[in-house]
Design a protein around this ligand. Structure first.
Ligand SMILES: Nc1nc2c(ncn2[C@@H]2O[C@H](COP(=O)(O)OP(=O)(O)OP(=O)(O)O)[C@@H](O)[C@H]2O)c(=O)[nH]1
Length: 337
């Protein structure tokens, strides 16, 4: 560990609000070589680590997939942090000064902060950074996860300024209303935004765990892992995605996946935030995971998704994000090389 201690940033924010993109921006800065990253995804298959590696960064990177860290009582997070701190630094990299944990978009910050409390011997200076998606603004405030993330934040970072320039002017006021004691970080320049979001911490900040523990951590949300066949026609994929958006409407929160189509040599990255799809693009990363699509939605009946045509192409496995003790499962920790 570096002599001056470590800054530990918990990067939180609702589904699809721009966490991974902000992290890519900070890792592409020249100053990022003192940083290590832990990525947590609610789904069984972790895509964010693959996307971060795709941008060519060689900082130590650990994935915690198969469940969001806030739902786990176990010590995988603490164990992973411990290992990152104790591991010898890769050749040519300066001492570790900063760790960034990207939580899943469903994570409540309180349980994560409580797990960090078990690491007192490392004298971490902890800060919570939450994203505020300018394209959606307060629309996600109907989710207690989003409200808890903003409430716990020390810094709230306005993302996607290029997509919603008109919302940029109002953002400082909107952010102050969400959490008057958080520092609002608003900048149309992405590099400057990322740099301010993860600027060094002078001291440990008071941690705010204001959200109550809920009986069910994510009461309205369902998560489905959809397995497409090894290869599929692009037209089938496109019409299925269209039909999912049509069937679920505003209850669709996030789609993220990798699909192999006949028409392209590499797997296609498909994703939506709500029903807004990004244009599919070929993934350039080596060793991508097997084809999969994660669908996260609220207030749905499983059959609604399973019957979306062409339904006979896909296999579905479901999980409530708050599976709790009835369906115990382990977060998988793995190092991304
Ligand atoms: N144009 C534009 N698109 C952005 C920006 N930030 C994020 N996006 C897009 O928004 C979508 C979601 O961004 P991510 O960075 O994956 O969001 P996330 O919060 O990490 O998503 P989850 O981990 O699934 O919760 C992707 O299609 C991004 O390319 C931005 O500043 N500008």
């Amino acid at each position: 560990m570096s002599a001056g201690g470590l800054d530990f940033f918990v990067l939180t924010g609702f589904l699809g609000s721009g966490k991974t993109s902000l992290l890519r921006d900070v890792l592409s800065a020249d100053t990022a070589s003192d940083t290590a990253v832990i990525v947590n995804e609610a789904g069984e298959v972790g895509l964010d680590g693959v996307l971060l590696r795709e941008s060519g960064d060689d900082v130590p990177l650990a994935m915690l997939s198969n469940g969001c860290v806030c739902c786990q009582a176990g010590s995988d997070l603490a164990f992973t942090i411990d290992r990152l701190i104790m591991a010898p630094r890769p050749d040519g990299l300066p001492p570790l000064r900063r760790i960034i944990l990207e939580t899943s978009g469903l994570s409540m910050p309180g349980p994560v902060l409580r797990q960090l409390a078990t690491l007192a011997e490392h004298h971490l200076r902890v800060a919570v950074i939450a994203t505020y998606d300018l394209t959606r603004g307060l629309a996600v405030a109907t989710f207690e996860e989003a409200v808890a993330q903003w409430a716990a934040a020390h810094r709230i970072v306005a993302t996607k300024a290029d997509l919603a320039p008109q919302a940029l002017t109002e953002a400082p006021v909107a952010i102050a209303q969400l959490n008057p004691v958080a520092e609002g970080i608003v900048n149309a320049d992405r590099a400057a935004l990322a740099s301010a979001a993860f600027a060094p911490l002078a001291a440990s900040l008071p941690l705010r765990d204001v959200a109550p523990d809920l009986a069910a951590a994510h009461p309205r949300l369902a998560l489905c892992l959809v397995r497409p066949p090894a290869e599929i026609a692009y037209a089938d994929l496109a019409s299925w995605l269209d039909n999912v958006a049509g069937a679920l409407g505003e209850r669709l929160l996030r789609i993220k996946g990798l699909v192999k189509v006949h028409e392209a040599p590499g797997p296609l990255l498909v994703e939506s935030v709500g029903t807004m799809f990004s244009p599919p693009r070929q993934l350039s990363a080596a060793n991508p995971p097997a084809p999969f699509i994660v669908v996260i939605a609220r207030d749905i009946v499983r059959a609604e998704l399973e019957q979306v045509p062409p339904s006979d192409l896909f296999a579905f496995s479901w999980r409530d994000p708050d599976s709790g003790a009835a369906q115990p499962r382990g977060i998988r920790a793995e190092w991304v090389t």
